[in-house]
Structures are given as structure tokens and as C-alpha cells.
Design a protein around this ligand. Structure first.
Ligand code: UDP
Length: 346
């Protein structure tokens, strides 16, 4: 019988791509989302791509403990992937309580209910390379030190990793046993090649690629490249941009590792990145080239809080998860542009 994976926050950007890949790998999926930061566009896209018209969807808030109990009473959940969280760095600085309340409560509720199941549960937490801060040594491995978070958002990622680690340590055996994996994402970009699901930022995008595509389509006048005086080869920041479909596939590998009992430790952490640094300017140039257009951009002052350079050493994920980033940055940027054109109705 197919195993069932609960995807909390499954109607969002990453959750929708992960749902597609889980279904194509043969899992049953239950999508749960409070729809606070998305509409049904991506969920409808997932149904179209997978041909699953009856894909279970539960509209719920994971801060509501009773709702989480009810969900687990209705479905037998073998693994859960937790995306349901607020993610705007700037807003988290202005409204820390909103972020701590939501991101920590929802995760603790989920663990409380998962631990209350006789059969226990496998828990995959979506973490972030933000936990490494400004690294002294590049690329970063999972052993690289975590740095004090520079925003409440980043801090919730670190705290949730610690909560999961501690719960797994305390509850790894017997009834209600928990196993956990934290995936530290680098910079997820792109869209599904079908053009049916992708990123739908609310308001002015903070992230680079949605800002690029919105500028190219004419929604924004000009892209500001934040800083060209960094100590990098071309003066702009370097990041590890990971294709969203590649990233989604890493989740399938990690869920399989937990469900098939292949874990070497009850709590494991993996970097999910390409291992290749790309500068802002290189990304802009690649976008122009692959989509055959000119982007209106200018250099602007540095953005506060940005690190100079960070990229992953993905060896552990390559070896232990049997996962590797496959899509080129050009393919990814072509998919992102296709998606922007589709949502603009062009
Ligand atoms: N960036 C930029 N202009 C923008 C948005 C982002 O120059 O409008 C740069 C940003 O300074 C960083 C990189 O693009 O060097 C990636 O930023 P993003 O917000 O996408 O991800 P982050 O690495 O900050 O999580």
C-alpha cells in the first residue's frame, strides 16, 4: 500500500512542487494549508500536472492544536513535510511575535500530535542556509558552525531545528517514536517546466528571481542590484541557486530514507544546493541570454543583512540521499520566465 505524506503549507511555492514529485514517486499526499500566503493557483496546477482531481486538501492552521489532532485522526500519516511558516525576513524584524508565535507553535503542535500517534511519525523540516550566517569557510558543510540569526525568521529556523533534534533524541524508540531530517535549502528558484506552478510573491518581491521576471514583464521598472563592491570576482554577492524541481526531488529522497528506515542517525541534516556559486550579475546575464531579452537594471547600495557569499558543499546529500542537482541555471531561468508570462496571461 502506498505510504501517505502530509505536506503542511503544501499550496505554496516549495510545497506544491514537492507534492508533484511525491505523487510521481508513488506516494499518497495530503495537502494542508491555511492559505494565508497563497491562493489556489498552485494547488490547481498540481492537480493538473498529476492528474489527481481528488487530491486531498485540508484548509487549516497548524497553530490550532485541535485541527492538527483531527487531521491525524482522519488520515494515517507515515511522514510529514513541514512548510507551513511565515517567511518574510523584513516583516519578521518588524513583527517578531507574529513570527515566533506562528512558526514555533505550528511546528510544536505538529510534533505533539505526531508523537501522540502510536506508530510515531517521520518528520522533515524545511530549514535554510540562513542558519550559517556569513560563513568563514566556503563551501559550507553540515558541520560548518551555525551563526547567531540576524532576523526572527532566521531564528525560528534554528529553533525549529533544535526542537526537532531534541524531540527525536527523547522520543526515538517505542510508541510515538519520531525520526527527523532537516533540509537546509540554499536559494530555491525557478518553476515547474509545465508552467503550471511557480512562485507567487505578494506585493513587491524580496527575492532576486521574482524581481527579475517581474521587471522583464514590465511590472517593475528596474531591478536594483544590491551592491557591486563586495569582495567577489565581479563585486556582486554570490549564492547557490537551486532549481525548485531539483529541490523538490531532494524531499522525495529524504522521505524515502526515513520511511525505508535507511537513516544512520535518528536526526539528520543535509545541505540542499548545487555546490556552484553564481553572482547576482552572472544570474542576470544568464537570464537575459537564455530568454533572449534585455533587463533594465542598475547598481544600488548594499542591502542590509545580506551576506557576501555562500554556497553549499552538497556531498552529504549526494552520497546519503542519492540526490544531486541536475538542472542548469539556464533551464531554471527559462522556466521562471515561462511561469511569469503565464501568470501575466501572455
Ligand atoms: N538581490 C538584488 N536585488 C533584488 C533582490 C535580491 O540584488 O531586488 C540580491 C541580494 O542582495 C542577494 C541575492 O540577490 O545577493 C539573493 O537575494 P534573495 O533575496 O533572492 O535571497 P537571499 O540570499 O537573501 O536569501
Amino acid at each position: 500500500m502506498a505510504k501517505t505524506v502530509l505536506v503542511s503549507g503544501g499550496a505554496g511555492f516549495i510545497g506544491s512542487h514537492v507534492t508533484v514529485e511525491l505523487i510521481s514517486a508513488g506516494y499518497d499526499v495530503v495537502v494542508a494549508d491555511d492559505m494565508s500566503n497563497c491562493d489556489l493557483t498552485c494547488f490547481e496546477g498540481v492537480k493538473k500536472i498529476t492528474g489527481r482531481d481528488n487530491l486531498p486538501f485540508v484548509k487549516m492552521d497548524f497553530c490550532d492544536l485541535e485541527a492538527v489532532h483531527n487531521l491525524f485522526a482522519e488520515y494515517h500519516i507515515d511522514a510529514v513535510i513541514h512548510f507551513a511558516a511565515f517567511k518574510a525576513v523584513g516583516e519578521s524584524v518588524a513583527e517578531p511575535l507574529k513570527y515566533y508565535n506562528n512558526n514555533l507553535t505550528s511546528f510544536m503542535n505538529l510534533l505533539t500530535v505526531a508523537h501522540a500517534q502510536k506508530s510515531g511519525c517521520n518528520v522533515l523540516f524545511s530549514s535554510s542556509a540562513t542558519v550559517y550566517g556569513e560563513p568563514d569557510v566556503l563551501p559550507v558543510t553540515e558541520e560548518s558552525p551555525r551563526q547567531p540569526a540576524t532576523s526572527p525568521y532566521g531564528n525560528t529556523k534554528q529553533i525549529c531545528e533544535d526542537i526537532l533534534r531534541d524531540c527525536v533524541k527523547a522520543y526515538s524508540e517505542g510508541e510515538g517514536a519520531l525520526k527527523g531530517i532537516a533540509l537546509r535549502y540554499f536559494n530555491p528558484i525557478g518553476a515547474h517546466p509545465s508552467g503550471l506552478i511557480g512562485e507567487l510573491p505578494r506585493g513587491v518581491p524580496n527575492n532576486l528571481v521574482p524581481f527579475i521576471t517581474q521587471t522583464a514583464i514590465g511590472k517593475r521598472e528596474c531591478l536594483s542590484i544590491f551592491g557591486n563592491d563586495y569582495p567577489t570576482p565581479d563585486g556582486t554577492c554570490q549564492r547557490d541557486y537551486i532549481d525548485i524541481v531539483d529541490l523538490a526531488k531532494a524531499h522525495v529522497c529524504a522521505v524515502g530514507r526515513m520511511i525505508d528506515e535507511k537513516m544512520e542517525n535518528d536526526y539528520e541534516v543535509f545541505n540542499i544546493g548545487t555546490g556552484v556559486p553564481v553572482s547576482v550579475l552572472e544570474l542576470v546575464n544568464a537570464f537575459e541570454k537564455v530568454n533572449n531579452l534585455k533587463l533594465n537594471y542598475k547598481f544600488a547600495p548594499r542591502r542590509s543583512g545580506d551576506v557576501t557569499a555562500i554556497w553549499a558543499d552538497p556531498t552529504l546529500a549526494n552520497e546519503k540521499l542519492g540526490w544531486k542537482a541536475e538542472r542548469s541555471v539556464e533551464e531554471t531561468l527559462a522556466a521562471a520566465w515561462k511561469w511569469e508570462q503565464r501568470i501575466a496571461g501572455k
